[in-house]
Design a protein around this ligand. Structure first.
Ligand code: NAD
Length: 332
């Protein structure tokens, strides 16, 4: 298939080119992300291949359809940016990579928890400046602490398993509780109970209309004072203004983010020479107990290999009119 591959960085090109040796699709790597301004770049192609922050609303989908696009291949699991009803109506197929390395994301959540707790982000700079004072670096034992996992799918379960190994008590909340997980690692409780009892809360549910701003003024109030909140899922799960209020009142004692509700304007780009215009984001950076990474939880060699291989296998299956288990329907 002739595929316009949007939002590509050197690492995407490397892994996709390598995986394409088995498939021989005609890949055109494009740096820009897909939006109303760039959609015309897909003219003359049969498929577009996109990443987490590319826009696939109805308007863009209609333009893609007029340009003859038959397939949208997501190089990610989350599909919250895709209007699946519009895709269905326009006859555009949508495929994704449902799992590429849940370990990559779970392990990054653990890295954030350990960094925040033991203040590694501050200790690193202190030692380099010859400051060996320990004031302000006090942490706590994870052993014996209660961790709330919201969303116990592939990533949430692994996060829970790892933290169980640290000796944490695991509380879980999910619309579809997994009894095998509960039997071995934790206990499902209602959301208010999880919020009230957890020392650490880690978000692993998808962004949907029901989970948008799951963390808001009301739910922050239900949390244990001094709680650690970790989001490696999607930025829109958190109302940033509410967590800033929570940080200022010290209801939230620690915040780790790999995702941010307005990340699409900034993440994955080098803006180090520019003035960041997002005041909410800049406010978050002023707190010593906040750590932010730029949507890198997925970023391991293993995950990039899996993403590239699954994406190309998905495109091949559609090209050959074969059933593709990773195809989304408008009910998803
Ligand atoms: P998954 O589909 O395996 O699990 C999601 C779980 O959330 C399911 O068990 C589902 O029942 C549950 N859920 C759905 N709606 C819910 C709700 N309203 N309340 C509570 N639970 C709910 O997904 P996964 O592979 O574990 O991924 C989880 C999320 O991680 C993805 O949706 C994606 O947004 C995010 N993600 C982030 C990165 C990153 O690099 N930061 C990478 C991959 C995935």
């Amino acid at each position: 298939m002739k595929v316009a591959v949007f939002s590509t960085k050197p690492y995407d090109r490397q892994f996709l080119t390598q995986a394409n040796q088995q498939h021989n699709h005609e890949l055109k790597f494009l740096s820009p992300s897909l939006d109303v301004q760039t959609v015309t770049l897909a003219t003359g192609f049969e498929a577009v291949c996109v990443f987490v922050n590319d826009r696939l609303d109805r308007k863009i989908m209609e333009t893609l359809s007029q340009q003859g696009i038959e397939l949208i291949a997501l190089r990610c699991a989350g599909y919250n940016k895709v209007d699946l009803n519009a895709a269905q109506e326009l006859g555009i197929k949508v495929v994704r990579v449902p799992a590429y390395s849940p370990y990559a994301v779970a392990e990054h959540a653990i890295a954030l928890i350990l960094t925040l707790n033991r203040k590694i982000h501050r200790a690193y700079y202190r030692v380099r400046e010859g400051n060996f004072a320990l004031n302000g670096l006090l942490g706590f034992d994870l052993h014996g602490r209660t961790v709330g996992i919201i969303g116990t799918g592939k990533i949430g379960q692994i996060t829970g398993q790892i933290l169980h190994g640290f000796g944490c008590k695991i509380l879980a909340y999910d619309l579809n509780p997994n009894q095998e997980f509960a039997a071995q690692y934790g206990e499902y409780v209602a959301l208010p109970e999880l919020l009230a009892q957890s020392d650490i809360i880690s978000l692993h549910c998808p962004l949907t209309k029901d989970t948008h701003y799951l963390i808001n003024d009301e739910t922050v109030k239900l949390m244990k004072p001094g709680v650690m909140l970790v989001n490696t899922s999607r930025g829109g799960l958190i109302d940033t203004k509410a967590v800033i209020k929570g940080l200022k009142s010290e209801q939230i004692g620690y915040l780790a983010l790999d995702v941010y509700e307005r990340e699409s304007k900034m993440f994955f780009e080098d803006l180090s020479g520019e003035i960041i215009q997002d005041d909410l984001f800049e406010r978050l950076l002023t707190f010593p107990n906040v750590i932010i990474t730029g949507h890198q939880a997925f970023f391991t060699v293993d995950a990039l290999n899996n993403i590239a291989e699954t994406t190309l296998a998905n495109i091949t299956a559609i090209a050959l009119n074969q059933p593709c288990p990773n195809q989304l329907s408008h009910d998803d």
